[in-house]
Design a protein around this ligand. Structure first.
Ligand SMILES: [Zn+2]
Length: 247
């Protein structure tokens, strides 16, 4: 394949832009913020689940308390009714009086037991409330941490993307003047040779694979016409001869 020496040299500029774009894409993918955000996100999701569970626990305990308070109220009003009947003097039979007094006594005991239950539930409700408050605060904190990390990531993205756009424009300007057939070979080599399709010949070395050529090899490269597209025998990349190649 033949190409004007100037176009071959342009390939080195193109390579520099492409390598730069590859670096930028790599930097974009491997920002430390990605790992950080993944971790904070996992914590955040776990905390959300914990908050939901704690709120459910709080709701259940609240309902349990209402029920227990109703039980106390029922016993209290029944005892009050009995006391009223007793105080009214309407009951005169000693047996009925005795039964009534006995029931009033049982109800008082029952009310005491139920009030203990209410107290126990109130304690659990307080712990449930504390847990909801604590977990909600942690969730809010994790939201702040997440938003902050996402902000840093987006700022890094914006800076990288702006540079990608700038380098991309410069690359296009060069790519537009390189002949299509040379571009095709270069692009193919970039795919198969780890992103480097064209390398400079410098101080007897291929700068693509760092192979040092023997004098004989160097002489045969020298013997090639300037518009011949030379390929490195070791890595098969396009070997570009420049003014400082020493050939
Ligand atoms: Zn090479």
């Amino acid at each position: 394949m033949n190409a004007a020496p100037a176009d071959q040299i342009r390939l080195l500029d193109l390579q520099a832009f492409d390598s730069k774009l590859d670096q930028l894409a790599h930097r974009r993918r491997s920002l430390p913020e990605h790992t950080e955000i993944d971790k904070v996100n996992a914590d955040h999701t776990a905390l959300k689940d914990l908050v939901i569970a704690a709120q459910a626990q709080h709701g259940d305990t609240t309902r349990e308390l209402t029920k227990a308070e109703q039980d106390v109220e029922q016993v209290r009003s029944r005892a009050a009714r009995n006391q009223q009947r007793l105080d009214s003097g309407a009951i005169t039979s000693p047996r009925d009086l005795e039964n009534l007094q006995h029931e009033i006594g049982s109800l008082a005991k029952r009310q005491g037991d139920l009030e203990d239950v209410v107290l126990e539930i109130m304690e659990r409700l307080e712990s449930a409330q504390t847990r909801v408050t604590e977990l909600t605060a942690r969730l809010e904190h994790s939201t702040v941490v997440l938003t902050e990390a996402e902000g840093r990531r987006d700022a890094a993205f914006a800076a990288i993307d702006a540079e990608v756009e700038k380098v991309g424009r410069e690359r296009e300007a060069v790519a537009a003047v390189v002949p299509a057939d040379l571009m095709k070979v270069y692009a193919k080599l970039r795919e198969t040779q780890g992103g480097v399709g064209a390398a400079r010949l410098f101080q007897r070395r291929c700068e693509g694979c760092r192979t040092e050529f023997s004098i004989t090899e160097l002489n045969s490269i020298k013997a090639e016409p300037a518009d011949k597209v030379v390929r490195c025998e070791n890595c098969s990349r396009i070997l570009v001869r420049t003014a400082d190649s020493g050939v």
